[in-house]
Design a protein around this ligand. Structure first.
Ligand code: NDP
Length: 333
């Protein structure tokens, strides 16, 4: 069995990850840690978790094998390092840290300790994205030329907290959503970004100098260029992911989401075909790969290195907004 400790009494754990852990054979949640003892207790009771703690030492000492970190972003580094030091496998939320340098520190520590470190980039686990990746690598659109990512949503009221008020917690849409777009582009295209240019805005939701909208232009190693739109403030937009190649286009609709939904269309000279894909829960699939990695089989669906890449990309986007120039993306891995 794999006994998990939750670091952070978060919404994402409650909505998706507790279920994803319990869906695995031998997946158990032994304890939850919140900075507030009362919240820890209430969260544990609500989610049938046997132990509620309010310090990292108590959590790491609770006979667990792995931790899932879903606290606010400024806490990930210190908590991951403590867990790694205690020999626990770490599945950490994105962004891994506030800077790619800190994320590299985590990756190096995990490697030295021989533990598994994964980044919870869920979209790699979506059937829609895996189908697009397979179609591209099978040559079905010829040479990929351009990609477009539509990932501007409306941040639900219950989440209109630190993301839009706390720069020190790693708020802002770039660290929240652009990181996912970076990872999904890398995954679907099988290519790495080398340069980014970004405009960001505060369209009325985020305060404290934080951005709640971003448009980015990306250049990839192969020469492909991409555009992505991330936002918290668009109530009526669809999401989507498109890749256009020399011999065809892939058009994913409603695919930038936590749910296993959406459609993928392949359009070529032969006409249009809707590609079928599996509709397994993204997080359940992610956890299955993480458990396999713990038992020595393969890697987490998104590794620590993937988390460094996505954060280095987001960092470069923020630098580009500041400088008004295109910025090189270099994960220094
Ligand atoms: P939440 O705001 O729900 O939780 C973050 C922290 O805020 C918790 O650890 C908790 O602190 C505190 N908190 C939560 N609810 C309350 C409350 N009602 N009152 C007081 N404090 C509260 O954040 P999310 O779950 O949205 O995000 C957490 C992490 O997960 C982030 O790193 C985010 O980027 C990532 N994320 C990833 C997603 C993905 O699909 N990969 C999706 C959503 C988020 P404490 O633990 O100390 O009680």
């Amino acid at each position: 069995s794999v006994r998990w400790g939750l670091i952070g009494a978060s919404t994402i754990a409650k909505q998706f990850m507790i279920n994803a852990i319990r869906a695995q054979e031998g997946g158990e949640i032994s304890a939850v840690m919140s900075s507030s003892p009362e919240r820890a207790k209430a969260y544990a009771a609500e989610n049938s978790i046997p132990l509620a703690v309010s310090t990292l030492d108590d959590l790491l000492g609770a006979g667990i094998d792995a931790v899932y970190i879903s606290t606010t972003n400024e806490l990930h580094l210190e908590q991951a390092q403590a867990a790694i030091k205690a020999g626990k496998h770490v599945l950490c939320e994105k962004p891994l840290a506030l800077t790619s340098a800190d994320a590299r520190t985590m990756v190096a520590a995990a490697k030295a300790a021989g533990i598994v470190l994964g980044t919870n980039h869920h979209l790699r686990n979506a059937g829609a994205h895996r189908t697009m990746r397979d179609a591209i690598s099978a040559g079905r659109i010829g040479k990929p030329i351009a990609a477009r990512v539509f990932h501007s949503v409306y941040l639900p009221e219950n989440l209109q907290g630190w993301r839009i008020t706390k720069p020190e917690a790693g708020g802002g849409v770039v660290l929240d959503i652009t990181v996912h777009d970076a990872d999904t582009l890398r995954f679907v295209l099988g290519d790495d970004p080398i340069e980014i240019s970004a405009f960001t805005q505060s369209a009325g939701m985020a305060g404290s100098g934080l951005e709640d909208g971003a448009m980015c232009i990306w250049r990839f190693k192969s020469g492909l260029i991409a555009q992505s739109h991330e936002g918290f403030t668009t109530k009526f937009a669809d999401t989507g992911f498109e890749v256009h190649g020399s011999e065809g286009s892939l058009i994913g609709k409603n695919v930038m989401t936590q749910k296993p939904v959406g459609t993928v269309l392949l359009r070529t000279a032969k006409g249009e075909e809707e590609l079928s894909f599996d509709h397994e829960d993204l997080y359940v699939r992610s956890l299955r790969q993480f458990h396999a990695a713990i038992s020595g089989k393969g890697q987490p669906s998104a590794t620590g290195e993937d988390g460094v890449w996505s954060l280095a990309s987001a960092e470069a986007a923020l630098q580009s907004e500041k400088s008004g120039k295109a910025v090189a993306i270099d994960p220094k891995l």
